[in-house]
Design a protein around this ligand. Structure first.
Ligand code: HEM
Length: 402
């Protein structure tokens, strides 16, 4: 049935990298939730995809049975270095989270608000007098990198495009190019971290990463510390863009929501949560099964690889009423966009802060915008998803009276 609808049998022969999944994204997710609690892929060594909210939650919380230690990408490319803390299990995982968490706590990231607002302002200044922009290139791809580099790791902002490209190819590129591309990011960030190791700073995040943690009774290897910085950078620069762009796309097409948020910015935090639910940058991340176990009637064996489909779980009607509707006023929003269990997103408070500030500034400066006539956004999808273009038009100067 899905063969006819999507040009591929998504239930029995899924491929997360297939452009048809990118094209029919929400329809495939909804079909999974409705009819296929566990989908099968035959790509490479094969894998399963767990799709419903309760099953994703249960598996995500059971790290002993669903281990991250063998990586989050299915058919992990040969030679790809492991990304920590993501691709590790407790107790090593927890050693790192204990050291890293304080730098990402709500109170710690609140101190970044003024800088994030200044960067949002500068980026908007760059295009507001043109009366048009590509919201992704001119804003959405830039802002999260600035927020992460300027406030947390002191990487020169000029190097952001190079790192974005390396991460992009590492995630969405041809599988045989992914390892080399990630290696480039590792190499660059390793040099950056080594400088800090030689010249310790004020006890910030970089110092904490450079100092390392205990691994099996010894100080962890240097490569693990570079890996920590690389994983944080990947999360910091490659995810929030999609929520931001998805939100702006929705607001371009829904003037009532746009006007409501512009008129009353206190509505924005709730809307941000709904945008994260509906525009999930982390589609599905993998785990290796460590013992025979059954999920929703499917028998999984030790050694099998599964994906936790966070994107579909957030669209499960058992958890969310009328899930395909984007409702900025929705009460008590439930979603799995930031994951569940021990790997729950460390950057969620920073992401929420960025999204709130961005929507406040965009709506304050440009209260009316729409999709450029004849244009539509484009997307890329693999284990992550992002928007690649979003052509907008608006009055020159931002508002009709400007
Ligand atoms: C809207 C933006 C974001 C979304 C939707 C998101 C989503 C997620 C999800 C679903 C996970 C769980 C992975 C798993 O279960 O294997 C995760 C983990 C992670 N995220 Fe985020 N993320 C976002 C922003 C960020 C930011 C801004 C950072 C860093 C500054 C970040 C850094 C990380 C890291 C390092 C992990 C691994 C945590 C661990 O393994 O303990 N993320 N994120």
């Amino acid at each position: 049935m899905t063969q006819q609808q999507f040009g591929r049998d998504m239930f029995n022969d899924f491929d997360i990298d297939d452009p048809k999944f990118n094209e029919h994204f929400t329809d495939v997710l909804d079909a999974f939730v409705a009819k296929c609690p566990v989908a099968r892929s035959n790509v490479g060594e094969g894998y399963y995809v767990i799709n419903r909210y309760e099953d994703v939650r249960r598996a995500g919380q059971d790290w002993q049975t669903f281990s991250s230690a063998k990586g989050f990408q299915p058919n992990r490319p040969e030679g790809l270095p492991y990304l920590y803390p993501e691709e590790s299990d407790p107790p090593y995982h927890d050693q790192w989270r204990t050291v890293l968490n304080p730098f990402f706590a709500p109170r710690a990231v609140a101190a970044f608000e003024d800088q994030i607002r200044a960067d949002a302002t500068e980026l908007i200044d760059g295009f507001i007098d043109r009366g048009e922009c590509d919201f992704v290139a001119d804003f959405g791809a830039e802002l999260p990198g600035r927020a992460f580099f300027k406030n947390l790791v002191d990487v020169p902002v000029e190097d952001l495009p190079m790192l974005l490209k390396a991460m992009d190819t590492g995630i969405y590129g041809p599988p045989d190019k992914r390892a080399d591309s990630f290696a480039k990011a590792f190499g660059y960030l390793g040099e950056h971290l080594a400088k800090r190791k030689d010249n310790p700073g004020p006890g910030d995040l970089l110092d904490a990463i450079a100092a390392g943690v205990d691994k099996n009774g010894e100080l962890c290897p240097w490569e693990d510390r570079v890996s920590i910085l690389t994983d944080l950078t990947l999360g910091g620069i490659a995810t929030t863009t999609y929520v931001m762009s998805g939100a702006v796309h929705h607001l371009a097409n829904n003037p009532a929501d746009r006007k409501a948020l512009a008129a009353d910015p206190t509505l924005i935090p709730n809307a941000v949560e709904e945008f994260a639910r509906v525009f999930p940058p982390v589609v599905a991340l993998g785990r290796s099964v460590t013992r025979d176990v059954e999920v929703a009637g499917t028998h999984l064996k030790e050694g099998d690889f599964i994906l936790l489909n966070y994107a579909s779980a957030s669209r499960d009607p058992e958890a969310v009423e009328d899930p395909s509707k984007l409702d900025i006023y929705r009460d008590g929003i439930v979603h799995t966009a930031f994951g569940v269990g021990v790997h729950r997103c460390i950057g969620s408070h920073l992401a929420r802060l960025e999204l709130r500030v961005v929507l406040e500034e965009v709506l304050r400066r440009i209260p009316d915008f729409e999709i450029a006539p004849g244009k539509s956004p484009s997307y890329e999808t693999g284990v992550l998803r992002s928007m690649t273009t979003l052509p907008l038009i608006f009055p020159v100067g931002g508002s009709k009276g400007a």
